[in-house]
Design a protein around this ligand. Structure first.
Ligand code: GLY
Ligand code: MN
Ligand code: MN
Length: 432
């Protein structure tokens, strides 16, 4: 167990005061027949416990300042089939809980625990079955209260408290995120080196996944996008089964999940290793927009500053490329740029690839603070259109990096994979 787990639980306990909090992990999900999706615990639960088994519930007892885990018992026969289970005793020891019990004791113990508290927090409204089950414990506690015991009179949403905590990464999270970023970046380098005209998109996907798994990141953080040519203009392209043609670009948006934390990188490069003139023109606009946006990431800057900076550069570029006519301000005002750039500049990243944390609490943009992690990912996507120069049709380009806010600025920790045109061409030339 690492010390940060204990610290996070203590921090939440101190915010809870004399309230009690209940946090179940995620269920296993069937894929078909007897096959399951790879199991992935709830991110909030993993953040507080480090405990990766299913069928577990964390209870934080604010009144006594204690953390309790309910988990699966040891089960010699099931362990022969499905593998190791900690069981409550080993889980308590290993993960530093004050108490641990069998998950089978949940319905028996929770009404009484709840009844000892004035206030109850849980992820309200997230999973209907848990709302109902917690409601039934509450009802049991209320019935008991008629015979002298209290029941909570105040209820709150646990998610908003945890979202705020997770927004600022601690030093351990930063180290793991950086490692996820490094593995993801090296996967992209491998993909660039392997790419040849005539290959299929899924062959390149295999290079990425090979590198991720080979380095202990057993799952991608999200479905990889490996989009050759016109497919790059489909923002969430998932088929990954088309031929990669000479003269086209390849857009890869892929990142691994390492120890629960996500990487999320996009690179766009020529299938044959050399940018054409038209590809180069569009690429330089997107790269300039990305660099302008990254330059805005520093403590105290408003969270929308990167988006504003990127949009100026992208729209200027759209006018220069004759995708649009008019003035920069006019095109921003009318929203016409959305024909070619229709998504946000980025998102927080952490345990979830689109990580938690309100960007605009109460309608006001918050500021960057040290320990926040965000992606910066502008793009241009040019679908065929009579109004647009034919040489640019089907070009889709996005460039995405992961950026940590530091004490005085930022650190781009996914830049092991090149993004300047000369650096990409040099890397690919070496391998062609
Ligand atoms: N790959 C998902 C995203 O870039 O947000
Ligand atoms: Mn991405
Ligand atoms: Mn992203």
């Amino acid at each position: 167990m690492h010390a940060n787990l204990h610290q996070r639980r203590q921090q939440l306990l101190s915010q809870l005061g004399d309230a009690i909090a209940i946090l179940p992990t995620a269920p296993e999900v069937i894929r078909n027949a007897d096959a399951h999706y790879p199991y992935r615990g709830d991110s909030h639960f993993l953040y507080l416990t480090g405990f990766t088994e299913p069928d577990a519930v964390l209870v934080l007892d604010g009144k006594r300042g204690r953390s309790l885990l309910f988990c699966r018992d040891k089960h010699p026969e099931r362990e022969i089939w499905d593998g190791f289970r900690h069981g409550p005793d080993a889980a308590r020891e290993t993960f530093g809980f004050d108490e641990a019990y069998s998950i089978d004791e949940l319905d028996q113990r929770l009404p009484q625990l709840i009844g000892d508290h004035q206030a109850l927090y849980w992820p309200v409204g997230r999973v209907a079955a848990w709302d109902a089950r917690i409601g039934s414990w509450l009802e049991t506690a209320r019935q008991a209260s008629r015979s002298g015991r209290d029941a909570p009179a105040r209820y709150g949403d646990l998610l908003s408290l945890l979202d705020e905590m997770r927004l600022i990464k601690d030093e351990r999270e930063i180290a793991v995120l950086q490692q996820a970023g490094r593995i993801s970046a090296a996967g992209h380098v491998r993909a660039m080196q392997a790419c040849r005209p005539g290959m299929n998109e899924y062959e390149i996907e295999a290079e990425l996944l090979y590198h991720f798994v080979r380095h202990g990141a057993r799952q991608p953080a999200y479905e990889s996008i490996v989009a050759g040519g016109a497919n790059a203009c489909t923002l969430h392209y998932a088929a990954n089964n088309a031929r990669l043609n000479d003269g086209e670009l390849l857009l890869i948006d892929a990142g691994c999940e390492f120890m629960g934390y996500a990487g999320d990188i996009t690179r766009t490069f020529p299938v044959n290793g050399r940018f054409s003139a038209a590809q180069r023109d569009v690429y330089e606009v997107v790269l300039a927009a990305q660099l302008a946006a990254i330059a805005e990431v520093r403590p105290g800057a408003a969270l929308d500053a990167p988006a504003t900076a990127a949009l100026q550069v992208l729209v200027r570029g759209m006018l220069d490329l004759r995708l649009l006519s008019g003035s920069v301000d006019g095109v921003i005002e009318s929203g016409e740029y959305q024909r070619f750039y229709m998504h946000g500049i980025g998102h927080f990243i952490g345990l979830d690839v689109h990580d938690v944390g309100a960007r605009r609490p109460g309608g006001v943009w918050r500021s960057f603070q040290p320990g926040m992690c965000t992606t910066i990912e502008p793009g241009l996507y040019i679908r065929p259109d009579d109004r647009v120069p034919a040489a640019l049709h089907h070009i889709g380009i996005r460039i995405e990096d992961n950026v940590l806010v530091t004490a005085h600025g930022h650190q781009v920790y996914t830049d092991d994979v090149p993004k300047r045109i000369d650096a990409i061409e040099a890397l690919m030339q070496l391998h062609h």
